[in-house]
Design a protein around this ligand. Structure first.
Ligand SMILES: Cc1cc2nc3c(=O)[nH]c(=O)nc-3n(C[C@H](O)[C@H](O)[C@H](O)COP(=O)(O)OP(=O)(O)OC[C@H]3O[C@@H](n4cnc5c(N)ncnc54)[C@H](O)[C@@H]3O)c2cc1C
Length: 425
C-alpha cells in the first residue's frame, strides 16, 4: 500500500476494539500516516461484527424508534418470540434507556433529524469500504447486487410508507417490484409475497467475520500491530493522553479510539462521558447446504429479519432482545428464525438436522436515538469515541474510520459531529 504522507506529525494511536468499527478506524488512521496498535482480548471480528446480516445498507437511514414502531412495541412485547422481546427481570436497568428511546421516536421532526445525521455516516459506505477491501485482496467477500425488502400484504406495504419517504428524502433510489416482477427477480421466494423493493445501491459481505479479519490482517501487514489484551483505562496528565492501560500493561499513546462496541460504556466513563449505551441483543441461525437460498439479502418486512446468502450457507439474522450483556442466550429466538424463513423461501423445511445448523447471539451497541457516539471525549482531547452504531455498524464503519482519521490528524471533521455528541442526552 502506498501510504499518503500525513499533513501533521505521526502519532501513536491505540484503537480499542477490533470489530468492524475499530478495524476501519485503524485502517484509515494508518492511511493518514499514523502508527496504529489495536487492542482486543478476542481475535478481530468476533463481536457483533461476526454474526450480523452482512449488509452494507446506505438505505438504513430510518432510525429504529419512530412514531410507527412505537405503536407496535406493546404487541411485540406480549410475544416472547416476536421481533422485539424484553427479559422482564432486566426492566429496572433498561427503563431509563427505554424512556429515552420513546422520546427519540415520538416526534416525526426529531426522527427526520436523526435520519439526516445517520445519512452522513452511511452514504459513502461502499465507496470508503472498497479501497480497504482491495488493499486486503478480499474482493470475493463483498457483493454489490443490492438487497430486497419483501411484503405479504398491502397493509404492511402501506405501513412502511413513512420509512420510504425518509429514504427518498435522503436520496436513496430503488425499484418497486410487483408480484410478477418479484417472481422473476427471485424464483426462490414464497408465492404469497405480493410486492418488494429492490435497493440496487446496497451491497453485502458473504462472510462478515472473515471480512473484518482480512482487513485487520492487511492493517498488520501495512505496519500496524494487534495486541490480544483488554483495555482497562487511560493515563492522562493535564488533559493529555500518555498511555492506554491494559491487562498486560501500559501502551504509550498520543491518541486513543474507544471502539469496543457494546462494551464501551465503562471506558467512555473513564474518558469523562456518561452515555446511555445498551445492548440490543440479536440472533442468527446459519443453515449449511440449504434447500433454498435467496438471490440477494432479503428482508421480510413483517417479521423483521434478513435472509442473506453467505459463503457458509444461508444466514437468517435479526430480532432484538433487551436483556443486557450478561444474560444467557435464549436459543428459541434463533430457532424461530428458521420457522419464519420457511415461510419466506420455497422448499426450505422447518425441520433441519442440527448438524447443518449453527446459532449465534451478539450485542448491537445501541443508543436510544439510533445514532453512535462519535467525537472527542470530555477528559482528554486525545481520546475519541467511536461506538454505538446499533443496527448499522457494518455500513457506517468505513466512513466512521475516515472521520476519525481526520480528527486524529487535527483536520476539521468532514461532517457535522454535533448529532453524535456524548452529552446529547
Ligand atoms: C443480528 C444482527 C444483524 C445485524 N445486521 C447488520 C447489517 O446487516 N448491516 C449493518 O450495517 N449492521 C448490522 N448489524 C449491526 C452491526 O453488527 C454492529 O453495529 C457492528 O458489528 C458493531 O461493530 P463494533 O466494531 O462497534 O462492535 P463489535 O463488533 O462488537 O466489536 C467490539 C470489539 O471490542 C472488543 N472489546 C470489548 N471490550 C474491550 C476492551 N475493554 N478492550 C479491548 N477490546 C474490547 C470486543 O472483544 C469486540 O471485538 C447487525 C447486528 C446484529 C446483532
Amino acid at each position: 500500500m502506498t501510504r499518503p504522507v500525513a499533513d501533521n506529525p505521526r502519532k501513536n494511536v491505540v484503537v480499542i476494539g477490533a470489530g468492524m468499527v475499530g478495524v476501519c478506524a485503524a485502517s484509515y488512521i494508518q492511511r493518514a500516516g499514523h502508527q496504529v496498535v489495536m487492542v482486543d482480548p478476542q481475535p478481530p471480528g468476533e463481536g457483533a461484527s461476526f454474526g450480523n446480516a452482512g449488509c452494507f445498507n446506505p438505505s438504513s437511514v430510518v432510525p429504529i424508534a419512530g412514531p410507527d414502531t412505537l405503536k407496535k412495541v406493546p404487541g411485540y412485547l406480549l410475544d416472547p418470540l416476536g421481533p422485539l422481546a424484553i427479559r422482564w427481570s432486566y426492566l429496572p436497568q433498561i427503563a431509563p434507556w427505554l424512556l429515552r428511546y420513546a422520546y427519540a421516536g415520538s416526534s416525526a421532526a426529531r426522527v427526520e433529524k436523526q435520519a439526516e445525521a445517520l445519512k452522513t455516516l452511511l452514504f459513502g459506505s461502499l465507496d470508503y469500504l472498497m479501497p480497504l477491501v482491495a488493499n486486503a485482496n478480499a474482493e470475493t467477500l463483498v457483493k454489490r447486487n443490492g438487497i430486497l425488502i419483501v411484503y405479504r400484504s398491502e397493509r404492511s406495504w402501506q405501513a412502511d410508507e413513512r420509512a420510504w419517504n425518509i429514504r427518498r428524502r435522503a436520496g436513496i433510489t430503488w425499484h418497486d417490484l410487483d408480484t410478477d416482477e418479484l417472481r422473476q427477480f427471485d424464483p426462490s421466494l414464497a408465492r404469497d409475497l405480493i410486492r418488494a423493493k429492490h435497493v440496487p445501491g446496497n451491497g453485502h459481505t458473504v462472510d462478515p467475520g472473515g471480512l473484518v479479519a482480512a482487513l485487520a490482517a492487511a492493517m498488520v501487514s501495512d505496519g500496524g500491530q494487534i495486541v490480544r489484551t483488554k483495555a482497562t483505562g487511560f493515563k492522562i496528565e493535564s488533559g493529555k493522553l500518555l498511555a492506554v492501560s491494559t491487562e498486560s500493561g501500559e501502551i504509550p499513546a498520543d491518541a486513543a479510539i474507544i471502539a469496543a462496541g457494546a462494551h464501551s460504556k465503562a471506558l467512555a466513563a473513564l474518558a469523562g462521558d456518561r452515555v446511555p449505551l445498551e445492548t440490543e441483543r440479536g440472533y442468527h441461525l446459519v443453515v449449511r447446504e440449504p434447500e433454498a437460498m435467496p438471490r440477494v439479502p432479503t428482508t421480510d418486512a413483517e417479521f423483521s429479519f434478513v435472509a442473506t446468502p453467505m459463503s457458509g450457507g444461508l444466514r437468517l439474522a435479526g430480532t432484538v432482545e433487551l436483556a443486557g450483556l450478561q444474560a444467557k442466550p435464549n436459543w428459541r429466538r434463533s430457532r424461530m428464525l428458521l420457522e419464519r424463513a420457511a415461510n419466506l423461501l420455497r422448499g426450505l423445511p422447518k425441520d433441519i438436522p442440527e448438524k447443518r445448523l449453527s446459532m449465534w447471539m451478539g450485542h448491537r451497541p445501541s443508543l436510544p436515538d439510533s445514532l453512535p457516539v462519535l467525537g472527542r471525549s470530555q477528559r482528554s482531547g486525545d481520546i475519541f469515541h467511536a461506538f454505538g452504531h446499533g443496527h448499522v455498524g457494518m455500513t457506517a464503519a468505513p466512513y466512521t474510520g475516515k472521520v476519525l482519521a481526520d480528527l486524529v490528524s487535527g483536520r476539521p471533521p468532514p461532517i457535522d459531529l454535533s448529532p453524535f455528541r456524548p452529552d446529547r442526552f
